[in-house]
Design a protein around this ligand. Structure first.
Ligand SMILES: [Zn+2]
Length: 301
């Protein structure tokens, strides 16, 4: 993807124009190409998020940063610092499950690029012509509950349950985009609720406290029936599993907003000064560099 622009291109852009072309010959998931490993964490994220911010949120988790603003800057300006930090923390080899890489896109969406156009050129995505037989939500053979067995896009709950059953430390990273769009996407919300029901530890990574303050009000109006997904059948499947939407919405708002136990409660409870202290290894690293007279490029601007 030679025209990749980290400040504009989304995960959807990268899936359509880098991951799908890179895996077309083998007609497999990207994770199959690089060697499948059992993940220790799964990442919930929106495909409309900047791909750079998804990567920054994952790295922020690996280096124990609550926010990913600094990591996102460093990915653009000085990736060596990020690599050094990952090495020093010994977390560079940690395996994260990310649907864009772990799901075989050639079994699903590759031939139907109807989810938009390139964020820079505005040209429509090109359809893949791998001709692999597609396995959608209702493609036979089906389970007794009518779910396709071979489909890879209807199994996030089974996958989470399977990984959690064999690893008591298995947890979820929530990579929240700067617009907080994640909380309005059907898949993301379904994964948040599933993880909470399974009592998985949930690590929420946001860009910054400023972004939280800007968007917190929009979270008071979360209704699962208004959630969006690229494929309408996904919304239907998610809604079909919810017996009482009113009750679900109340639980969802509590899950996100509750001041004590909600996903964002750590952020709400920390005042600004405390957050600076709590901010993890990256700031300490920067401070040590500053003492040695090394000024990080983006801070000098
Ligand atoms: Zn394909």
């Amino acid at each position: 993807m030679s025209h990749y622009d980290p400040s504009v291109h989304t995960t959807c852009d990268v899936v359509r124009q880098a991951i799908i072309p890179a895996t077309k010959a083998q007609r497999c998931a990207y994770s199959t190409l690089v060697g499948e490993q059992k993940p220790q964490k799964m990442v919930t994220h929106s495909w409309q998020n900047l791909f750079r911010d998804l990567v920054a949120a994952v790295i922020a988790d690996a280096v124990n940063e609550p926010a990913f603003e600094l990591v996102a800057h460093l990915l653009d300006e000085n990736i060596d610092i990020v690599e050094d930090l990952l090495r020093s923390q010994g977390t560079g080899g940690r395996v994260y499950w990310i649907c864009a890489f772990a799901v075989n896109q050639h079994l699903g969406i590759c031939e139907t690029p109807n989810d938009g156009c390139d964020s820079v050129t505005k040209l429509p995505y090109t359809a893949c012509d791998c001709h692999l037989q597609k396995q959608f939500n209702t493609t036979a053979p089906l389970t007794s509950t009518g779910r396709s067995i071979a489909c890879e896009m209807n199994k996030f709950d089974d996958m989470m349950a399977f990984l959690a059953s064999s690893d008591s430390d298995f947890s979820q990273v929530v990579a929240v985009d700067r617009s907080f769009n994640l909380f309005h996407r059907a898949w993301c919300v379904a994964e948040l609720v599933q993880a909470r029901q399974m009592e998985l530890l949930q690590h929420v990574k946001i860009h910054s406290k400023a972004v939280l303050q800007e968007h917190a009000a929009s979270l008071h109006d979360l209704h699962v029936e208004n959630m969006k997904a690229s494929r309408q059948e996904d919304v239907q499947e998610i809604l079909s599993k919810i017996p009482n939407t009113e009750q679900f919405n109340r639980s969802l708002q509590k899950l996100v907003l509750d001041q004590k136990s909600g996903l964002l409660s750590d952020w709400h409870q920390l005042d600004a000064a405390h957050q600076m202290q709590e901010t993890g290894a990256l700031l300490k690293w920067a401070a040590a560099d500053a003492e040695r007279g090394v000024v990080w490029k983006f801070w000098a601007r």
